[in-house]
Write a protein that binds this ligand. Structure first.
Ligand SMILES: Nc1nc2c(ncn2[C@@H]2O[C@H](COP(=O)(O)OP(=O)(O)OP(=O)(O)O)[C@@H](O)[C@H]2O)c(=O)[nH]1
Ligand SMILES: [Mg+2]
Length: 354
C-alpha cells in the first residue's frame, strides 16, 4: 500500500491550558482597531456559512465500537451494542444536524470473511456504504493486536476513493504510551486523512472528529429534517432491543444464530383505572426469537422459562421507556433451521426496517 506521510494525527488528550496549544489573541486585540472612520461605514451582515451535508460510513472489524460511536455522536441510542462480535447486521443511519450542516452517519456490520448468506448480506451493506459515502471512519480497537482481520479490513478499504479517518477507539482503557505505536504502524499502511484516538464510550475527541468531518463534507442542502435521527422503523428498533437483551445472556454459537422478528404491534386504548372515564394507551407486541436448533431453543428459554422471562422484562422496560407508555411483550422462541442461509427469513428480518 502507498506510503503517505501527509497523514495527520490528532493528539490523544486535549492540550492543557497554558500548554503548547495555539493561544487565544491576548492584549494585541485591544490595539488592533483605531477609531478613525469619519464616513459612515456600511456593515454587511456576516455571510451565513454554507451548509455542509454528506454521508459518513462507520466501518471496522466487529466489536470495535462503531455502534457505540454512532449513539455517542447522535446523543441517543440508535443502534444496539453488545460485547459479542457481529452485533450489527444491517446498515443504520444516525443523522446529526448541527448549525454547520448535517452529517448522516452510516453504522455498518463489522468487516469479516462471510460464511453464511447472512454474513454475505452483512458485507454487502459495508461495500455499498463504502461506495456511497462522502467520507469513511475506520474504527480500530486500541486493545487488540493487529492481525489478519485488520489486513482484510485494509484490503476492503482499497476500493475507497473518499477520505478515510482512522479512529483508534477505546483509548480510555489503554495506557497512553500504547497509542503512539499504533499510530506509527497504521500511518504507513494507508493514506488516512487523519488519525484520531477516541473513546466512543467516554466521548473523547468526538467534538474534534465532528468538526473535521464537517470541514470536508460538500456544500449541500440537508437531506433530512432537523428532528430526524435515524432511518429505522419502530418495528426494527423493537426487534433490535429484544436481540440486544438476548445477546447479553447467550454465548458461543448462539449470538450468531439468533434473530428477532416482530410479528405484530398493536396499540390499544384501555380504561385508566386511576382516572375514571379516561383511557390510556397500551402497546401489545408479539415477537419471535429465531434460533437454529432445538438445543438453542432450550438455552434461550432457560430453566422453567427463566431466561426468556428475563429477556422479556428488560426488553419490555426499554421499549416502554422509548414509547412512553405501558407495553406487553409476548416472546416466543422458535426453531428456524439454517435461517442464516434462508433468503426468505433474511428478507423477513431485514424487511422490518422499512
Ligand atoms: N472501554 C471502551 N469500550 C468500548 C468503547 N466503545 C465500545 N466499547 C465496547 O465495545 C463493545 C462493542 O461495541 P459495539 O459498539 O457493539 O461495537 P461494533 O463495532 O458496533 O460491533 P459490531 O456491530 O459487532 O460490528 C461493547 O462492549 C462496548 O461497550 C470505548 O470507547 N471504550
Ligand atoms: Mg455494531
Amino acid at each position: 500500500m502507498p506510503k503517505d506521510l501527509k497523514t495527520k494525527t490528532v493528539e490523544a488528550a486535549p492540550a492543557k491550558p497554558g500548554g503548547k496549544g495555539r493561544k487565544a489573541a491576548g492584549p494585541k486585540a485591544k490595539t488592533a482597531a483605531k477609531p478613525t472612520a469619519k464616513k459612515p461605514v456600511r456593515t454587511k451582515p456576516p455571510a451565513k456559512p454554507a451548509c455542509r451535508t454528506g454521508y459518513v460510513a462507520l466501518v471496522g472489524r466487529p466489536n470495535t465500537g462503531k455502534s457505540t460511536l454512532l449513539n455517542a455522536l447522535i446523543g441517543q441510542k440508535v443502534a444496539i451494542v453488545s460485547d459479542k462480535p457481529q452485533t450489527t447486521r444491517i446498515s443504520i443511519l444516525g443523522i446529526k444536524t448541527t448549525e454547520r450542516g448535517q452529517i448522516v452517519f452510516v453504522d455498518n456490520p463489522g468487516i469479516h470473511r462471510p460464511l453464511h448468506t447472512l454474513n454475505k448480506r452483512m458485507m454487502n451493506f459495508v461495500y455499498s456504504a463504502l461506495e456511497t459515502s462522502d467520507a469513511v471512519c475506520l474504527l480500530i480497537d486500541a486493545t487488540q493486536k493487529f492481525g489478519h482481520g485488520d489486513e482484510f479490513v485494509l484490503e476492503t478499504l482499497g476500493r475507497v476513493k473518499t477520505p478515510v479517518f482512522l479512529l483508534i477507539n477505546k483509548v480510555d482503557i489503554v495506557r497512553k504510551d500504547k497509542v503512539l505505536p499504533i499510530i506509527d504502524h497504521y500511518k504507513d499502511l494507508f493514506p488516512f486523512r487523519e488519525i484520531i484516538p477516541i473513546s466512543a464510550l467516554k466521548g473523547v475527541n468526538l467534538d474534534i472528529l465532528e468538526r473535521l468531518i464537517l470541514d470536508l463534507l460538500p456544500e449541500a442542502p440537508k437531506l433530512y429534517s432537523d428532528d430526524e435521527i435515524s432511518d429505522q422503523s419502530e418495528r426494527f428498533l423493537f426487534a433490535e432491543i429484544v436481540r440486544e437483551k438476548v445477546l447479553r445472556y447467550v454465548t458461543e454459537e448462539l449470538p450468531f444464530a439468533t434473530a428477532v422478528y416482530i410479528e405484530s404491534i398493536e396499540r390499544k386504548e384501555q380504561p385508566d383505572w386511576k382516572k375514571a372515564g379516561e383511557t390510556r394507551p397500551v402497546t401489545y407486541i408479539r415477537a419471535s426469537i429465531f434460533v437454529e436448533r432445538d438445543n438453542h431453543r432450550k438455552i434461550v428459554i432457560g430453566r422453567h422459562g427463566s431466561l426468556v422471562k428475563q429477556i422479556g422484562i428488560e426488553a419490555r422496560q426499554e421499549i416502554a421507556e422509548y414509547i412512553g407508555h405501558k407495553v406487553f411483550l409476548d416472546l416466543q422462541v422458535r426453531v428456524r433451521e439454517r435461517w442464516r442461509d434462508s433468503e426468505a427469513v433474511l428478507d423477513l428480518i431485514e424487511g422490518q426496517k422499512a
